[in-house]
Design a protein around this ligand. Structure first.
Ligand code: ADP
Ligand code: MG
Length: 697
C-alpha cells in the first residue's frame, strides 16, 4: 500500500470502491467497464463522453430523415415477419400519421406483451424517412407515454465497446457521479473566480450532463477545471519527488585542470549552448546533492562532448563514471569518440558490451572493480550483476527513453548517491517539458555546432520513386551513401517487413549488392553487422524500418529517403533527417507520400522543409495536429492523463507547475486547510507515472 493510499480521506472511499459495486456491473460487464475506464468507481467518473445526441420532439408529419427524434404514438398493430429474415414491425400513429418501429431478430412475442395494441408510448430513435413513410429501427427508448421526461433531450455518448453500449455506460457514470461528494476546494479561490471555473463536483456534473456541444470542448470551463486538477496533482507529485531527490546527498565533484585540459585538446570550441549545459551540469555536480538532469538536444547538437567533460570532472575528482547506450554500435561509437580525448589525459576507458566474453571481459571487469579504469562505456552489459565499480559517481544514459526504469536504476545502484545525466534527442516542446520531465532539471542544447549544411528537404509522391532511384544511383556511384526508411505503417509487422524487403530487392536490381537491409526482427548481432558495414562504407544504401539507430553517426551518409512520410510525426521525421547532413557532402531528404496529400499533411511537410530546429518543429506539429500522440510522447514517458489534454490544455501546464511549487514552498507538509484539501486532490488522482524517467534514481 502506498503512503497515499494509507492517507486516503474517507470522503473518497466511495470513489475508490470496485466498479462491481455499481448497479448493473456484474461479472460479465465488469471486465468491459474496466477495459474502457478502469477498475474503480473513480475511473468511471473520470471517463468523459465524446459526443452527444440531441433528441427533438416531433410528429410523424414533421419527422426529419437522419435526425434522432422522439414521438408519442399509440400502438396500432404488430406486423410479424412474413418470411424469415424480415423484421418484426410495430405500427404506431399520432395525429399526423404513422410511424413504423422495426426490430430485426426475434423480439416478437416479448414486444407484443410489452406494447399491446392501444398502448401509448414515447418512442425515440433515429428517423428514416422513405417518402411519406417514417421508420425507426431499434428505438433507443420506448416508454409509457407519461414517462417521456425520462428521455433526455441531450444525451452524452461515451466511447462504446462491443457488449457495452454507451447508454449502459452512461448509467454507470451517473451512478459514479452520485457517489462523488463535494470536496473541500483545493484550488486558489481568486484564480478560480478569475477564470470562472466551477467547483469540482459541479464540473463533473457538467461533464456527464452536457447541455450542448460546448460542454464537450476541452475549452469549456468545466473541462478546464478538471484538466487543471489533474495537472496540478501531477505537478505536485513531480515537485515532491524532485524535492525528495534533492535531499539525497551525492558526491561533490568540482571541475579541475583535467577537464580543462581535455576541453583544450578538442579540435573545436564548444558552442554557447554546450557551455551553458555544461555549466548547469557542473553546478549540480559541485552541489553535494544528487544530480538528476536531462540533457535535451537535437540529433547532432553535440551532447556527447558535454557528457565527456562531465566524466572528466568525475575522474579528476577521483571518481568513476559510466555511459550507457541502447545498442552495441552506439556504445562503440561513443567509445571511439570519448576514449581518445580522455586517454590523452591519462585516463583508462573501458568498452563493455554483450560481445565481451571470457578472459577479455574478466580483465575489463577487474579494471572497473579496482578503479584503474575511470570511465566505462557500454550497453546493457554495464548493469549486469557481476559488474562492480570501485567508486562510481556519475551515470550517463544516452537515448534515455530506450531504457527501462529498472535498467537505469540497476546501473545507478552500483555506487553511492550516483549522479544521473540522461540524454535525449526527442524534441519535447517547451510547453510540454514540464509534464514529461517535471521532476528533472533540464538543460537544452538548442544550437548546432557550426559548419553544418542544412539538409535540402522536399516532398515527392510515391509514383516518382523510379526517378529518385535513378538519381540515387548516380549519387552512390559518386561515393555517397543513403538511408532508405520503410516505416512500420500497417497493422501487420509482417506486411511492413515485406514492404521493406521488396524495396531492398528493387534497389538491388538497380544498385547491385551494395544495398543492406536492417529491421526490428533481425537478431541484434546480424543487425549490428549490417549497420557496421554501412558505417564502414561497404553498404551504399541502407534500407531500414524505423529501428535504425537514431544516434548512429555516418558522416558520409548524405541522402535520406523516407517512405510514407505523411504518416510520421514531424519530430520523428526530423530525427530521421538528422542522420544526414553531418559531413562535407551536400545533403538531401526526400519525403515520399501517397497522393493525394491532405492540406494538413501538406502543411506539416512544409514545416519540415522550412525549419531545421527540432523544438520549433515539435511545437508546430503540436499546433497542427491537436490531440492524440503527435510527437510519439508516450514512448518518451509521457503521462497518460485522464482529464487533461496536453495539447488543448498546454497553457495550464506551466500554471500548474508554478502553483505546485508555490503550494509546497508555503506549506511543505500540506498542513494548512488548503494543504489538507490539496492532499485530497492528490489522493483522488493517486498519481502513478506511466513510465519514463520519472521513476529513475
Ligand atoms: P548528439 O547530440 O546527437 O549526441 P554528438 O555528440 O554525436 O551529437 O555530436 C555530433 C558531432 O558534432 C560529433 O561528430 C561531434 O564531434 C561534433 N561536435 C560536437 N560539438 C561540436 C562543436 N562545438 N563544434 C564542432 N563540432 C562539434
Ligand atoms: Mg548522441
Amino acid at each position: 500500500m502506498s503512503i497515499l493510499t494509507a492517507m486516503r480521506p474517507e470522503s473518497l472511499f466511495p470513489l475508490f470502491a470496485a466498479i462491481s459495486t455499481l448497479k448493473g456491473v456484474g461479472p460479465r460487464v465488469a471486465p468491459l467497464v474496466e477495459r474502457l475506464a478502469g477498475p474503480i468507481v473513480r475511473d468511471v467518473l473520470f471517463t468523459a463522453p465524446q459526443s452527444l445526441i440531441r433528441r427533438t420532439a416531433t410528429t410523424a408529419a414533421l419527422a426529419q430523415d437522419g435526425q434522432v427524434q422522439t414521438f408519442v404514438v399509440t400502438i396500432d398493430a404488430h406486423l410479424p415477419p412474413q418470411r424469415s429474415g424480415q423484421p418484426w414491425r410495430i405500427r404506431g400513429w399520432d395525429d399526423t400519421g404513422f410511424v413504423t418501429l422495426v426490430w430485426f431478430k426475434g423480439h416478437g412475442p416479448h414486444l407484443e406483451r410489452q406494447h399491446p395494441v392501444g398502448a401509448r408510448r414515447a418512442v425515440s430513435g433515429k428517423v428514416e424517412r422513405f417518402g411519406s413513410e417514417i421508420q425507426v429501427a431499434h428505438p433507443d427508448y420506448m416508454l409509457e407515454a407519461e414517462r417521456i421526461d425520462e428521455i433526455p433531450a441531450i444525451e452524452p455518448v461515451y466511447p462504446a465497446t462491443a457488449g457495452l453500449p454507451s447508454r449502459t455506460f452512461r448509467k454507470f457514470a451517473l451512478e459514479a457521479l452520485s457517489r462523488a461528494q463535494p470536496l473541500p476546494e483545493w484550488q486558489d479561490a481568486a484564480w478560480m473566480a478569475r477564470e470562472s471555473l466551477p467547483p469540482w463536483r459541479e464540473a463533473f456534473e457538467r461533464l456527464h450532463g452536457p447541455e450542448g456541444e460546448i460542454d464537450l470542448s476541452p475549452m469549456s470551463a468545466a473541462r478546464r477545471r478538471l484538466a487543471y486538477d489533474e495537472l496540478l496533482a501531477h505537478q505536485l507529485a513531480l515537485a515532491q519527488r524532485k524535492a525528495g531527490k534533492r535531499a539525497q546527498p551525492g558526491p561533490r565533484i568540482v571541475s579541475g585542470p583535467l577537464a580543462e585540459a581535455a576541453e583544450k585538446a578538442l579540435p573545436f570550441r564548444l558552442t554557447g549552448a554546450q557551455v551553458r549545459a555544461l555549466s548547469e551540469v557542473r553546478g549540480d555536480l559541485a552541489h553535494g546533492e544528487r544530480m538528476s538532469r536531462l540533457l535535451q538536444g537535437d540529433v547532432g547538437s553535440g551532447k556527447t562532448v558535454v557528457a565527456m567533460l562531465a566524466m572528466a570532472d568525475a575522474a579528476g575528482a577521483g571518481f568513476q563514471s559510466a555511459l550507457m547506450a541502447p545498442t552495441e554500435i552506439l556504445a562503440r561509437q561513443h567509445y571511439e569518440t570519448l576514449a581518445p580525448p580522455l586517454e590523452a589525459q591519462g585516463l583508462a576507458v573501458v568498452l563493455l558490451t554483450g560481445r565481451d566474453k571470457g578472459g577479455a571481459r574478466a580483465a575489463k571487469l577487474q579494471k572497473l572493480a579496482d578503479g584503474s579504469a575511470a570511465v566505462a562505456v557500454g550497453t546493457h552489459a554495464l548493469f549486469q550483476d557481476d559488474v562492480a565499480f570501485k567508486s562510481l559517481a556519475l551515470t550517463i544514459i544516452d537515448e534515455q527513453h530506450r531504457f527501462g526504469v529498472n535498467e537505469r536504476r540497476r546501473l545507478q545502484e552500483k555506487g553511492e548517491g550516483v549522479h544521473l545525466l540522461a540524454m535525449s534527442a526527442t524534441p519535447i516542446p517547451r510547453t510540454l517539458e514540464l509534464t514529461v520531465f517535471g521532476d528533472l532539471d533540464v538543460s537544452r542544447i538548442d544550437e548546432k555546432p557550426p559548419g553544418r549544411t542544412p539538409v535540402a528537404t522536399r516532398a515527392a509522391p510515391t509514383p516518382r520513386v523510379p526517378e529518385i532511384v535513378d538519381r540515387l544511383r548516380s549519387a552512390i556511384e559518386g561515393g555517397a551513401q543513403a538511408f532508405w526508411i520503410c516505416p512500420l505503417v500497417s497493422e501487420s509487422e509482417k506486411v511492413d517487413l515485406r514492404a521493406a524487403e521488396d524495396r531492398a530487392a528493387d534497389l538491388r536490381k538497380v544498385l547491385g549488392s551494395r544495398v543492406g537491409l536492417v529491421h526490428g526482427q533481425m537478431p541484434a548481432a546480424e543487425k549490428d553487422a549490417v549497420m557496421q558495414a554501412f558505417v564502414d562504407g561497404e553498404v551504399g544504401v541502407l534500407v531500414a524500418t524505423t529501428v535504425v539507430e537514431v544516434g548512429v553517426n555516418v558522416p558520409n551518409a548524405s541522402i535520406m529517403v523516407i517512405e510514407h512520410a505523411d504518416r510520421f510525426g514531424l519530430a520523428q521525421l526530423h530525427q530521421l533527417r538528422g542522420r544526414v547532413g553531418r559531413g562535407m557532402r551536400e545533403s538531401s531528404c526526400v519525403l515520399l507520400y501517397d497522393p493525394p496529400l491532405s492540406e494538413v499533411a501538406q502543411q506539416r511537410l512544409d514545416i519540415l522543409r522550412r525549419s531545421d530546429d527540432g523544438f520549433e518543429i515539435a511545437e508546430k506539429d503540436l499546433e497542427l495536429r491537436g490531440g492524440g500522440d503527435p510527437l510519439g510522447l508516450k514512448q518518451s514517458g509521457f503521462p497518460a492523463y485522464r482529464l487533461a489534454d496536453p495539447v488543448a490544455h498546454r497553457d495550464l501546464i506551466a500554471v500548474a507547475a508554478d502553483d505546485a511549487r508555490l503550494i509546497l514552498a508555503r506549506d511543505p507538509a500540506l498542513a494548512s486547510p488548503r494543504g489538507e484539501a490539496v492532499r485530497t486532490l492528490q489522493a483522488l488522482f493517486d498519481w502513478k507515472p506511466a513510465s519514463g524517467l520519472n521513476d529513475a534514481g
